[in-house]
Design a binder for this molecule. Structure first.
Ligand code: ZN
Length: 367
Protein backbone atom coordinates (compact mmCIF):
# COMPACT_ATOMS: atom_id res chain seq x y z
CA UNK A 1 0.00 0.00 0.00
CA UNK A 2 1.28 3.44 -0.91
CA UNK A 3 1.38 5.99 1.86
CA UNK A 4 -0.53 8.40 -0.41
CA UNK A 5 -4.17 8.15 -1.47
CA UNK A 6 -5.38 10.18 -4.44
CA UNK A 7 -9.17 10.51 -4.58
CA UNK A 8 -10.66 11.43 -7.93
CA UNK A 9 -13.71 10.66 -10.04
CA UNK A 10 -14.32 11.10 -13.75
CA UNK A 11 -17.73 12.66 -13.06
CA UNK A 12 -16.14 15.58 -11.21
CA UNK A 13 -14.80 16.67 -14.61
CA UNK A 14 -18.37 16.79 -15.93
CA UNK A 15 -19.61 19.55 -13.65
CA UNK A 16 -20.54 22.64 -15.64
CA UNK A 17 -23.31 25.08 -16.31
CA UNK A 18 -25.25 24.48 -19.52
CA UNK A 19 -23.67 21.10 -19.80
CA UNK A 20 -25.16 19.23 -22.63
CA UNK A 21 -23.69 16.66 -24.96
CA UNK A 22 -25.03 18.15 -28.18
CA UNK A 23 -28.80 17.87 -27.59
CA UNK A 24 -28.67 15.17 -24.93
CA UNK A 25 -29.07 16.39 -21.35
CA UNK A 26 -26.26 15.13 -19.19
CA UNK A 27 -27.38 12.69 -16.54
CA UNK A 28 -25.19 9.85 -15.47
CA UNK A 29 -23.49 8.43 -18.54
CA UNK A 30 -22.94 11.26 -21.03
CA UNK A 31 -19.97 13.60 -20.74
CA UNK A 32 -20.75 17.24 -21.53
CA UNK A 33 -19.19 18.71 -24.67
CA UNK A 34 -18.71 22.29 -23.55
CA UNK A 35 -17.63 23.54 -20.13
CA UNK A 36 -20.03 26.47 -19.97
CA UNK A 37 -17.59 29.30 -20.34
CA UNK A 38 -16.54 29.94 -16.75
CA UNK A 39 -12.83 29.87 -15.81
CA UNK A 40 -13.69 27.03 -13.43
CA UNK A 41 -13.53 24.48 -16.24
CA UNK A 42 -12.61 20.79 -16.11
CA UNK A 43 -9.33 20.98 -17.98
CA UNK A 44 -7.04 22.12 -15.16
CA UNK A 45 -7.92 19.19 -12.95
CA UNK A 46 -8.30 16.63 -15.72
CA UNK A 47 -4.87 17.56 -17.04
CA UNK A 48 -3.34 17.09 -13.59
CA UNK A 49 -4.64 13.54 -13.48
CA UNK A 50 -3.53 13.01 -17.09
CA UNK A 51 -0.04 14.32 -16.33
CA UNK A 52 0.25 11.91 -13.42
CA UNK A 53 -0.71 9.07 -15.75
CA UNK A 54 1.82 10.17 -18.38
CA UNK A 55 4.75 10.42 -15.94
CA UNK A 56 3.73 7.24 -14.13
CA UNK A 57 3.24 8.94 -10.76
CA UNK A 58 -0.33 7.63 -10.60
CA UNK A 59 1.01 4.04 -10.66
CA UNK A 60 3.05 4.72 -7.49
CA UNK A 61 0.18 5.86 -5.29
CA UNK A 62 -3.30 4.57 -4.50
CA UNK A 63 -5.74 6.03 -7.02
CA UNK A 64 -9.14 5.75 -5.39
CA UNK A 65 -12.76 6.68 -5.93
CA UNK A 66 -15.11 7.44 -3.07
CA UNK A 67 -18.85 7.44 -2.55
CA UNK A 68 -20.72 10.72 -2.62
CA UNK A 69 -21.31 12.55 0.63
CA UNK A 70 -24.64 11.46 2.10
CA UNK A 71 -27.58 13.71 2.90
CA UNK A 72 -26.64 13.37 6.57
CA UNK A 73 -23.12 14.57 5.72
CA UNK A 74 -24.41 17.58 3.80
CA UNK A 75 -26.97 18.67 6.40
CA UNK A 76 -24.30 19.00 9.07
CA UNK A 77 -23.13 22.07 7.14
CA UNK A 78 -25.88 23.18 4.76
CA UNK A 79 -29.56 23.85 5.60
CA UNK A 80 -32.09 21.46 4.09
CA UNK A 81 -33.86 24.37 2.39
CA UNK A 82 -30.74 25.13 0.31
CA UNK A 83 -30.06 21.48 -0.47
CA UNK A 84 -33.67 20.94 -1.58
CA UNK A 85 -33.55 23.94 -3.94
CA UNK A 86 -30.21 22.80 -5.32
CA UNK A 87 -31.38 19.22 -5.84
CA UNK A 88 -34.69 20.24 -7.43
CA UNK A 89 -32.92 22.34 -10.08
CA UNK A 90 -30.28 19.67 -10.57
CA UNK A 91 -32.95 17.02 -11.13
CA UNK A 92 -34.35 19.15 -13.97
CA UNK A 93 -32.12 21.16 -16.26
CA UNK A 94 -29.70 22.74 -13.77
CA UNK A 95 -29.60 26.39 -12.80
CA UNK A 96 -27.83 28.88 -10.58
CA UNK A 97 -28.54 29.76 -6.92
CA UNK A 98 -25.75 32.07 -5.81
CA UNK A 99 -23.00 34.14 -7.36
CA UNK A 100 -21.22 32.51 -10.30
CA UNK A 101 -22.27 29.00 -9.40
CA UNK A 102 -24.03 27.59 -12.46
CA UNK A 103 -24.59 23.87 -12.58
CA UNK A 104 -26.10 21.51 -15.08
CA UNK A 105 -28.40 18.54 -14.77
CA UNK A 106 -27.03 16.26 -12.10
CA UNK A 107 -24.90 19.07 -10.65
CA UNK A 108 -26.09 18.28 -7.11
CA UNK A 109 -24.90 14.69 -7.42
CA UNK A 110 -21.51 15.77 -8.76
CA UNK A 111 -21.09 18.34 -5.96
CA UNK A 112 -21.98 15.67 -3.38
CA UNK A 113 -19.43 13.39 -5.04
CA UNK A 114 -16.78 16.13 -4.85
CA UNK A 115 -17.51 16.55 -1.13
CA UNK A 116 -17.41 12.76 -0.76
CA UNK A 117 -13.88 12.57 -2.20
CA UNK A 118 -12.78 15.15 0.36
CA UNK A 119 -14.55 13.32 3.18
CA UNK A 120 -12.91 10.02 2.27
CA UNK A 121 -9.47 11.66 2.12
CA UNK A 122 -9.90 13.20 5.59
CA UNK A 123 -11.28 10.06 7.24
CA UNK A 124 -8.69 7.89 5.47
CA UNK A 125 -5.82 9.87 7.01
CA UNK A 126 -7.42 10.30 10.44
CA UNK A 127 -7.92 6.54 10.64
CA UNK A 128 -4.34 5.91 9.40
CA UNK A 129 -5.43 4.04 6.27
CA UNK A 130 -2.93 6.26 4.46
CA UNK A 131 -0.33 8.69 5.73
CA UNK A 132 -1.59 11.48 3.50
CA UNK A 133 -4.14 12.08 0.78
CA UNK A 134 -5.06 14.34 -2.12
CA UNK A 135 -8.68 14.97 -3.13
CA UNK A 136 -9.18 16.14 -6.71
CA UNK A 137 -12.50 17.67 -5.74
CA UNK A 138 -14.57 19.52 -8.33
CA UNK A 139 -16.60 21.68 -7.97
CA UNK A 140 -14.39 23.40 -5.38
CA UNK A 141 -15.73 24.31 -1.95
CA UNK A 142 -13.91 26.96 0.08
CA UNK A 143 -16.10 29.94 -0.84
CA UNK A 144 -19.43 28.22 -0.15
CA UNK A 145 -21.41 29.44 2.86
CA UNK A 146 -24.08 27.20 4.38
CA UNK A 147 -26.90 28.74 2.34
CA UNK A 148 -25.08 30.86 -0.23
CA UNK A 149 -22.99 29.25 -2.96
CA UNK A 150 -20.50 31.62 -4.53
CA UNK A 151 -17.20 31.73 -6.40
CA UNK A 152 -17.82 28.45 -8.32
CA UNK A 153 -18.38 26.63 -4.98
CA UNK A 154 -21.68 24.82 -4.39
CA UNK A 155 -20.98 22.80 -1.25
CA UNK A 156 -18.21 23.41 1.29
CA UNK A 157 -16.26 20.22 0.74
CA UNK A 158 -13.74 20.67 3.55
CA UNK A 159 -16.37 21.67 6.13
CA UNK A 160 -18.48 18.65 5.18
CA UNK A 161 -15.45 16.40 5.61
CA UNK A 162 -14.53 17.92 8.97
CA UNK A 163 -18.06 17.54 10.32
CA UNK A 164 -18.21 13.93 9.11
CA UNK A 165 -14.95 13.22 10.95
CA UNK A 166 -16.23 15.00 14.04
CA UNK A 167 -19.40 12.88 14.02
CA UNK A 168 -17.08 9.88 14.22
CA UNK A 169 -15.05 11.51 17.05
CA UNK A 170 -11.88 11.25 14.97
CA UNK A 171 -10.19 14.46 16.13
CA UNK A 172 -9.96 17.09 18.81
CA UNK A 173 -8.46 19.89 16.72
CA UNK A 174 -8.12 20.36 12.96
CA UNK A 175 -6.40 23.18 11.11
CA UNK A 176 -7.23 24.34 7.60
CA UNK A 177 -4.49 26.12 5.68
CA UNK A 178 -6.05 27.79 2.64
CA UNK A 179 -3.41 28.90 0.12
CA UNK A 180 -5.85 29.38 -2.73
CA UNK A 181 -5.21 32.95 -3.94
CA UNK A 182 -8.76 33.90 -2.97
CA UNK A 183 -9.96 34.27 0.60
CA UNK A 184 -11.50 31.12 2.09
CA UNK A 185 -14.60 33.02 3.17
CA UNK A 186 -16.92 30.02 3.36
CA UNK A 187 -14.69 27.94 5.59
CA UNK A 188 -13.94 30.97 7.77
CA UNK A 189 -17.67 31.68 8.17
CA UNK A 190 -18.61 28.10 9.07
CA UNK A 191 -15.98 27.76 11.81
CA UNK A 192 -15.85 31.38 12.95
CA UNK A 193 -17.30 30.68 16.41
CA UNK A 194 -15.32 27.52 17.10
CA UNK A 195 -11.91 26.69 18.54
CA UNK A 196 -11.76 23.05 17.43
CA UNK A 197 -11.08 24.16 13.85
CA UNK A 198 -8.33 26.71 13.22
CA UNK A 199 -8.75 28.43 9.86
CA UNK A 200 -5.80 30.14 8.18
CA UNK A 201 -6.14 31.80 4.78
CA UNK A 202 -3.25 33.33 2.83
CA UNK A 203 -4.57 35.21 -0.18
CA UNK A 204 -4.28 38.20 -2.49
CA UNK A 205 -6.00 41.02 -0.64
CA UNK A 206 -9.40 42.09 -1.99
CA UNK A 207 -9.17 39.69 -4.93
CA UNK A 208 -12.30 37.69 -4.11
CA UNK A 209 -14.41 38.28 -2.14
CA UNK A 210 -13.42 41.93 -2.02
CA UNK A 211 -15.03 42.62 1.36
CA UNK A 212 -13.63 39.69 3.39
CA UNK A 213 -10.20 38.35 4.33
CA UNK A 214 -8.84 41.23 6.43
CA UNK A 215 -6.47 40.67 9.36
CA UNK A 216 -8.98 41.92 11.94
CA UNK A 217 -11.39 39.02 11.27
CA UNK A 218 -10.10 36.85 14.12
CA UNK A 219 -13.08 34.70 15.07
CA UNK A 220 -15.87 35.16 17.55
CA UNK A 221 -16.84 33.78 20.97
CA UNK A 222 -15.10 30.45 21.53
CA UNK A 223 -13.54 30.95 18.10
CA UNK A 224 -11.86 34.24 18.99
CA UNK A 225 -8.23 33.99 17.92
CA UNK A 226 -8.81 30.87 15.82
CA UNK A 227 -9.17 32.55 12.43
CA UNK A 228 -6.07 33.97 10.78
CA UNK A 229 -6.17 35.96 7.56
CA UNK A 230 -2.94 36.77 5.75
CA UNK A 231 -3.84 39.21 2.98
CA UNK A 232 -0.90 39.83 0.64
CA UNK A 233 -0.41 42.58 -1.90
CA UNK A 234 -0.54 41.74 -5.61
CA UNK A 235 2.88 40.77 -6.94
CA UNK A 236 3.97 38.57 -4.05
CA UNK A 237 6.00 35.58 -5.19
CA UNK A 238 7.95 32.59 -4.00
CA UNK A 239 10.01 34.35 -1.32
CA UNK A 240 7.09 36.10 0.35
CA UNK A 241 4.90 33.00 0.43
CA UNK A 242 7.69 30.95 2.02
CA UNK A 243 8.43 33.78 4.42
CA UNK A 244 4.79 33.77 5.54
CA UNK A 245 4.88 29.99 5.82
CA UNK A 246 8.04 29.97 7.97
CA UNK A 247 7.28 32.96 10.17
CA UNK A 248 3.53 32.91 10.57
CA UNK A 249 1.72 29.79 9.34
CA UNK A 250 4.06 27.12 10.75
CA UNK A 251 4.45 28.81 14.18
CA UNK A 252 0.67 29.28 14.42
CA UNK A 253 0.09 25.60 13.61
CA UNK A 254 2.84 24.61 16.01
CA UNK A 255 1.18 26.34 18.92
CA UNK A 256 -2.29 25.02 17.98
CA UNK A 257 -0.99 21.42 17.67
CA UNK A 258 -3.80 20.02 15.49
CA UNK A 259 -4.55 16.33 14.96
CA UNK A 260 -4.67 17.00 11.21
CA UNK A 261 -3.85 19.78 8.78
CA UNK A 262 -6.01 20.12 5.68
CA UNK A 263 -4.78 22.30 2.81
CA UNK A 264 -7.39 24.15 0.77
CA UNK A 265 -5.10 23.95 -2.21
CA UNK A 266 -5.71 26.38 -5.02
CA UNK A 267 -3.00 26.89 -7.60
CA UNK A 268 -4.26 30.32 -8.59
CA UNK A 269 -1.42 32.15 -6.81
CA UNK A 270 0.80 30.99 -9.67
CA UNK A 271 2.44 33.47 -12.00
CA UNK A 272 0.33 32.16 -14.87
CA UNK A 273 -3.13 32.38 -13.37
CA UNK A 274 -5.67 34.52 -15.24
CA UNK A 275 -7.68 35.42 -12.10
CA UNK A 276 -4.97 36.79 -9.82
CA UNK A 277 -1.75 38.78 -9.79
CA UNK A 278 0.67 36.65 -7.78
CA UNK A 279 4.00 35.12 -8.81
CA UNK A 280 4.24 31.66 -7.22
CA UNK A 281 5.77 28.74 -9.08
CA UNK A 282 5.79 24.95 -8.97
CA UNK A 283 8.64 25.21 -6.46
CA UNK A 284 6.55 27.41 -4.16
CA UNK A 285 3.78 24.83 -3.90
CA UNK A 286 6.30 22.01 -3.58
CA UNK A 287 8.11 23.66 -0.67
CA UNK A 288 4.93 24.78 1.12
CA UNK A 289 3.75 21.16 1.00
CA UNK A 290 7.14 19.91 2.25
CA UNK A 291 7.15 22.35 5.16
CA UNK A 292 3.67 21.30 6.30
CA UNK A 293 4.65 17.64 6.01
CA UNK A 294 7.75 18.25 8.12
CA UNK A 295 5.52 19.78 10.78
CA UNK A 296 2.98 16.95 10.73
CA UNK A 297 5.22 13.91 10.27
CA UNK A 298 4.01 13.60 6.64
CA UNK A 299 0.35 13.52 7.68
CA UNK A 300 -1.58 15.91 5.47
CA UNK A 301 -4.79 16.12 3.45
CA UNK A 302 -4.66 18.31 0.35
CA UNK A 303 -7.98 19.32 -1.22
CA UNK A 304 -7.91 20.89 -4.67
CA UNK A 305 -9.75 24.22 -4.85
CA UNK A 306 -9.11 26.82 -7.60
CA UNK A 307 -6.40 27.43 -10.19
CA UNK A 308 -7.21 28.38 -13.76
CA UNK A 309 -4.14 27.97 -15.94
CA UNK A 310 -4.77 24.82 -17.93
CA UNK A 311 -1.07 24.73 -18.80
CA UNK A 312 0.45 25.36 -15.37
CA UNK A 313 -1.92 23.89 -12.74
CA UNK A 314 -1.06 20.28 -13.69
CA UNK A 315 2.65 20.86 -12.99
CA UNK A 316 1.92 22.56 -9.65
CA UNK A 317 -0.37 19.71 -8.61
CA UNK A 318 2.09 17.07 -9.77
CA UNK A 319 4.78 18.58 -7.53
CA UNK A 320 2.45 18.50 -4.52
CA UNK A 321 1.66 14.82 -5.11
CA UNK A 322 5.38 14.11 -5.60
CA UNK A 323 6.03 15.59 -2.17
CA UNK A 324 3.15 13.73 -0.52
CA UNK A 325 4.26 10.38 -1.90
CA UNK A 326 8.01 10.88 -1.67
CA UNK A 327 8.22 9.85 -5.32
CA UNK A 328 11.21 10.67 -7.46
CA UNK A 329 8.99 10.72 -10.55
CA UNK A 330 8.88 14.36 -11.49
CA UNK A 331 7.22 16.42 -14.19
CA UNK A 332 9.54 19.33 -13.47
CA UNK A 333 8.51 22.88 -14.25
CA UNK A 334 8.57 23.84 -17.93
CA UNK A 335 8.15 27.51 -16.98
CA UNK A 336 10.74 27.62 -14.21
CA UNK A 337 13.28 29.89 -15.91
CA UNK A 338 10.63 32.26 -17.17
CA UNK A 339 8.75 32.56 -13.87
CA UNK A 340 11.95 32.82 -11.82
CA UNK A 341 13.02 35.67 -14.07
CA UNK A 342 9.85 37.53 -13.18
CA UNK A 343 10.13 37.20 -9.39
CA UNK A 344 10.01 40.44 -7.39
CA UNK A 345 13.41 41.94 -6.61
CA UNK A 346 14.81 41.89 -3.09
CA UNK A 347 13.61 45.42 -2.34
CA UNK A 348 10.01 44.46 -3.18
CA UNK A 349 10.36 41.18 -1.25
CA UNK A 350 11.62 43.12 1.78
CA UNK A 351 8.58 45.40 1.57
CA UNK A 352 6.15 42.47 1.43
CA UNK A 353 7.98 40.71 4.25
CA UNK A 354 7.79 43.78 6.47
CA UNK A 355 4.01 43.65 6.06
CA UNK A 356 4.06 39.96 7.00
CA UNK A 357 6.19 40.87 10.06
CA UNK A 358 3.39 43.18 11.21
CA UNK A 359 0.97 40.26 10.98
CA UNK A 360 3.40 38.04 12.90
CA UNK A 361 3.40 40.56 15.73
CA UNK A 362 -0.36 40.80 15.66
CA UNK A 363 -1.18 37.09 15.49
CA UNK A 364 1.51 35.22 17.37
CA UNK A 365 1.04 37.27 20.50
CA UNK A 366 -2.64 36.25 20.49
CA UNK A 367 -2.77 32.56 19.50
ZN1 ZN B 1 -9.21 30.75 -5.98
Amino acid sequence: MSRTAFYWDEKCFWHAGNNYAQLAPVRKLVQPMVAGGLPEAPETKRRLKNLMDVTGLSTEIDMLNGAAATTADLTRVHPESYLQKFKALSDELGGELGLRTPFGPGGYDIAALSAGLCKHAVIDVLTAQHTNAYALSRPPGHHCLPDWPNGFCLLNNIAIAIEAAKALSLFNRIAVVDWDVHHGNGTEHIFYDRNDVLTISIHQERCYPQDTGATDARGNGDGAGYNVNIPLSPGCGHNSYLYAMDNLIIPTLDSYNPDLVIVACGFDASGYDPLSRMMCSVETFRLMTRKLMQLTDNKLVVVHEGGYSEMYVPFCGHAVVEELSGSRTTAGDPMQARINGQQPNSRVDAFHQSLIDEMVDKFLSAV
